[in-house]
Design a protein. Structure first.
Length: 262
C-alpha cells in the first residue's frame, strides 16, 4: 500500500518494507531530484520509484543498522545515486559518497535539509529536517509514541537528542522508520493512564491498525502531548510514575527501562 504525501515543494512516497519498516522517497518536484530515506529493501524501493515514474538520485541514511542501509549497494548499482550518511558511522555505511555531521545541510534541487545529530540509538544517528517543507525524517530516534532503543548511547545523550527534535516547529510532519505505534501505545498508557490526549490517541491507533492503515507520519505537536519519551520533563508524567522530584534524565531513563522490560 503506497501513499504519496504532498508538501510545498516535495512529494513523499511512503510504503511498507520488511516486517515493520517504512520506505520513503522524497522528491523535489522542480528539479526531479529524489532521495531514498534509508534502504530497508532495495527491490521495494526501486519498485516504488518506478511506479511513481521517479528517478532515485540520492540515498540519505540515518544510521548504519542493516534495516536502514541493507539496500544501499543494490540501489547504487541500479540508479547510480549518491549516498549520504553519518560521518560518525563512516565504516558501516555501505557505498557512502558523502559523510555528514550535525549542523550541515544537504539538498534536493533548491530544497535544503538540515542534518541534526541525534546520538542515542546509535552513536552517529542523524536526522534530516526539511525546514521549508515542515518535514523531518527521524529514522529510529523518535517513533510515534516511542523512541529508539539505546543500543549505543546513554539516556542523557538520547534525552538531549529528543530535545533537539522537540525544538523543531510544532507542526512538523514526522516520518519515522517503523510502524511500532500500537505496541508503543499499549506501553504509553501504562505510564500516563490519565493523559486524555493519549487515551484518545490509543483508541484511534487501534482503529487505524484494525483497518490496516499506517499511523506514520505523525506530528511533533501530537507527540509532545502524548509520547512519554518526549515528556520526561513534564510534571504530570513525573508525578504519574512517582518521580516528582527526579531530574529529567533519570525520568527518561526510567521510562526507557520500563519499555525495555514491557
Ligand atoms: Zn535502528
Ligand atoms: Fe530500524
Amino acid at each position: 500500500m503506497r501513499q504519496v504525501h504532498k508538501f510545498k515543494a516535495v512529494d513523499v512516497c511512503q510504503f511498507p518494507c520488511l516486517s515493520d519498516n517504512y520506505g520513503f522517497l522524497v522528491r523535489d518536484r522542480q528539479s526531479g531530484q529524489c532521495a531514498a530515506i534509508d534502504t530497508p529493501d532495495a527491490d521495494a524501493i526501486s519498485a516504488a520509484a518506478e511506479a511513481e515514474g521517479w528517478t532515485i538520485t540520492h540515498i540519505w541514511n540515518t544510521h548504519w543498522h542493516p534495516d536502514h542501509t541493507g539496500g544501499n549497494l543494490a540501489l547504487k548499482e541500479r540508479w547510480d545515486c549518491t549516498i549520504i550518511g553519518p560521518a560518525a558511522e563512516r565504516d558501516r555505511i555501505p557505498g557512502a559518497d558523502r559523510l555528514v555531521e550535525g549542523n550541515e545541510t544537504v539538498s534536493l534541487g533548491d530544497v535544503p535539509a538540515d542534518i541534526i545529530a541525534t546520538p542515542g540509538h546509535t552513536t552517529g544517528h542523524i536526522i534530516y529536517h526539511l525546514a521549508s517543507e515542515g518535514v523531518a525524517f527521524v529514522g529510529d530516534t523518535l517513533f510515534a509514541l516511542g523512541c529508539g532503543r539505546l543500543f549505543e548511547g546513554t539516556p542523557a545523550q538520547m534525552w538531549d537528542s529528543l530535545l533537539k527534535v522537540r525544538a523543531l516547529p510544532a507542526e512538523t510532519t514526522i516520518f519515522c522508520a517503523h510502524e511500532y505505534t500500537a505496541a508503543n501505545a499499549r506501553f504509553a498508557v501504562t505510564i500516563e493512564p490519565e493523559n486524555r490526549a493519549l487515551l484518545e490517541r490509543h483508541e484511534e491507533i487501534i482503529r487505524l491498525r484494525q483497518e490496516g492503515q499506517p499511523t506514520v507520519p505523525t506530528t511533533l505537536s501530537r507527540e509532545a502531548e502524548t509520547n512519554p519519551f518526549l515528556r520526561a520533563d513534564n510534571p504530570a508524567l513525573k508525578s504519574a510514575i512517582g518521580m516528582t522530584d527526579a531530574d529529567d534524565v533519570s525520568v527518561f531513563a526510567e521510562v526507557r527501562q520500563r519499555k525495555d522490560n514491557f
